[in-house]
Design a protein around this ligand. Sequence first.
Ligand code: NAP
Length: 285
Amino acid sequence: MDLKHSRSVKLNDGNLMPVLGFGTFAPDEIPKSKANEATKIAIDVGFRHIDAAYLYQNEEEVGQALRDKMADGTVKREDLFYTTKPGEELLPKDAKGEIILDVVDIRDTWEALEKCKDLGLTKSIGVSNFNHKQLELILNKPGLKYKPTCNQVECHPYLNQSKLLEFCKSRDIVLVAYSALGSSRDPTWVSSDSAYLLEEPILKTIAKKHNRTPGQVALRYQLQRGVVVLAKSFNEKRIKENFKVFDFELTAEDMKVIDGLNRNYRYDSMPFAVDHPYYPFLEEY
Ligand code: NAP
């Protein structure tokens, strides 16, 4: 990832993915209209990679924000990278944009995604929450037409995914980090006694040294290790703050110290899915 010359990374299918993405998930109690307002602000600020999902139940609002920003001339469709994660039942009929697949029936569903790409319904296809064995299932699938371009997983200094990252890099798959700021802490998914990443003293110290915030350090950390990073905020000040990560650099020592914070701590281990045959988090990586 060459951050000096480009704010995008080339995927293994030749398409470009902006290295900083805007997350749109919000807990149920947040009015859906906020997703619309925040997405418009994010585009005004410069975000060109928008991460959405059928599950977030706000694609209508997010989609309207994109249409509004295209209509007012702020952005062109070809400059936007829109990721969605459809429910299995939506494939391939309603699939739009760049599609990431959550764990369902891995190989059959991958073929459905390949078909979406062939039909021109999406430019790029990738996966989410896959461990390395599940990635291998796809990579070794007889008749594989397209490799996954990316694997979107939880990734932050407390769960830095160094082994999965190495594996993905070796297969030319981009790792996309979600919950990079320590997650939305939605009580439906995340335990209330979980650690606050952005209160981490080491991140605070490094942030102070660079005259930045812990959030900016957490995002920059991912960019410098070749990870595409998502940041969710529905607050104008923090949306702007999160985009200001291209004009400073962490030192090699800073990176090492942040690496040392890893404790394989997962905010959302998806306990509801633990009995699913493809539950991904029992593997080391
Ligand atoms: P996140 O990006 O780790 O953090 C969001 C939380 O941090 C929000 O509560 C936000 O609150 C706050 N925040 C944002 N910027 C901040 C800053 N600069 N300083 C202090 N606090 C800040 O959250 P996430 O939603 O878990 O992950 C990001 C995106 O990844 C999601 O929105 C979604 O698109 C995607 N995701 C995917 C999966 C998957 O399974 N594939 C799972 C989870 C998430 P405010 O809004 O009040 O600023």
